[in-house]
Structure formats: C-alpha cells, structure tokens
Ligand binder design. Sequence first.
Ligand code: UDP
Ligand code: MG
Length: 334
Amino acid sequence: MSTSGSEIRLSVVIPVFNEEPGLGQLFERLYAALDALRIRYEVIFVDDGSSDRSPAILRDQFARRPDVTRVILLAHNAGQHMAIMAAFTRSRGTYVVTLDADLQNPPEEISRVLAALDEGADYVGTVRRRRRDIWWRRKASQFLNRVREKTTRIYITDQGCMLRGYHRTVVEAIRRCNEVSTYIPALGYVFAQRPVEIDVDHAERLAGESKYSLYRLVRLNFDLMTGFSVAPLQVFSMAGLLTAIASLGFVVLLAVRRLVVGAEVEGVFTLFAVAFFLIGVLLLGLGVLGEYIGRIYEQVRQRPRYTIAAVLEDGGGMESGPPIECAHRREGAE
Ligand code: UDP
Ligand code: MG
C-alpha cells in the first residue's frame, strides 16, 4: 500500500453474511483495485453473524493484511444495514464506500465512486448499467421504486445496488441516527447536500445465494415508506374521509328511494360485497397503523441494535474491548 499523508482517505465497508464461497475472489480483486488507487485506505469487514466459515476466512485475511484490514464480528445476525452501521461507527476515512461481498458490484468501480466524491459530491449513488437479475425482480423493484418515490421524496434510481460513496459529514449524520431499522442509502440521501448518481457495472452473484427473497424486497420498501414518511397513514385518513362522504350520499339516495319507491329488500349481496370490501380496507389500514406502532415499540424498547463479539484491528490487539460489546441506540449521541 502506498501512503500519501497520514489521513485515511477511504474506508471500504463490506457486510458479510455466509459468503464463504466467494470471499477468496473478493479479496483478490478488492485489494488489487484498492492498492492501484495509491491512496491510504482501510477495509472494514463486518461479519453479520455468519454460520459458515466466513468469520474464520476474515480472520485469515486480517492476518494477511493487518495494515489495511479491520474486521468486526457481530454476535448475531443484525441485518445488512445494521452491519454497515457498526462499520460506519468505527470508520476513519474521509470517504466511506460500501460494497456487497458477493462481487455483484465490481471492486474496480470504486475508483469511479471516489472520483465523483473528489469532484465534490457528498453522496454517490450508483445505477446498475445492465442489471443481471431475473426480469420479475427488475419489474418488482421498478414498481416499488415509483411508489416509494411518491411517498418519501427519496430519489434513488437503483436501490438494490449497495456500491455507494459517502462523505464523512454524511456518515457522521447517519451515525447520529438511532433508528432501530433503517436503510442506509436513503439516510445518506436525506443528509446529503450534493447527491449524485453514476452508472456502474453489475455482475451476477458470484457464489452462494441471494439473502433477499421477494418478500424481503417488499419489506424493505415498506420499511422505507414507513421509516421516511407518514404518507401511508394519510392515505388511510383520506380513504376514510372519501368513504364517509360517499356513504352519506348513499344514505340520502336510499332515503329518497324509500319515499319514492317504498320499502326495498333487493341488493343484499351488493351490500355484502361493499361491506367485505370496506372490511378489507379497514384491516389494511389497521395493518399500516400496526407498522408504525411496531416501529415505535421497537424504538422505545431501547435494545442494542447490534452486538459486537470481537474486533480485529492493528494496534488495538487482536480482540479489542470487552468480549461482548453492545452498541446501544444511544451510541454516538451527544
Ligand atoms: N448481508 C448481511 N446480512 C444479512 C443479509 C445480507 O450482511 O442479513 C450482506 C451479504 O453478505 C452481502 C450483502 O449484504 O454482502 C447483500 O446481500 P445479498 O447479496 O444477499 O443481497 P442482494 O444482492 O440479493 O440484494
Ligand atoms: Mg447480492
């Protein structure tokens, strides 16, 4: 590694969850790409409670390149974004770039993210040039994107691509957020003053399986909508208002018909249909309300968002800190 000055310019953050088959190739390409940049960098791997040999492989890699490698081992699976949060808290670089461990975002593209940051952007989003995902996955995320943009005003063209760059100021702002569940790129976008997006290459998952099912994709977008806007609640207030107005019209119509036509008993099934539809809408509304209450509940419990089992870093000894360190929600708050 070549150094220029003592400041670490770049922290590369990589969450790892059961990525045993692909890690070797990731190391090979990642370190080669980073060494070629000729800047001072650090790579922070966060093992997100893997059950395969990933932690052991990361330990080996740390032993191989302790000068530029740091490894955070989480005690339990906390989710990709909490894993990234754990690394953000410990990152030292002026710029922080996040990357998936599965080589879907080529490490060679980091230089382009860096160039955009150098040009003054404080958040660099990426758009996959040729998405190598199956078609329904593409369509599903397109649809969910539209809905999300309408409700949250967060414009992220390609939310599935985690190769992203953040300036330290944005990372610090993200760190101060104590949200229990969050989506890091959206937070970054919210705090950025000069967000940009660039095109990047996208490859198929090198090895192993995607940790995200369609269900999780839907959940992520639902999380985004409830986490960044109250529009879903307002939709139900509006729907309630409109239904009430329509019902009032219906009552007036029935009253008039009662006077003109006399007593009627026809249309019982229509009534059922209308009633069932409204019950359905009502339950959906209750569900949306539940989403918000669930978030509030998780937040007030104040449980640690992630638990650090060990940190491997140079200088600080092999295992720094107490064996189990809890990162409480208050971490980073003044
Ligand atoms: N990941 C993680 N914790 C999880 C799920 C995933 O740290 O609970 C990591 C995973 O190892 C990978 C990245 O997050 O580096 C993206 O996961 P994946 O490739 O499965 O998602 P996809 O590319 O299919 O959206
Ligand atoms: Mg992937």
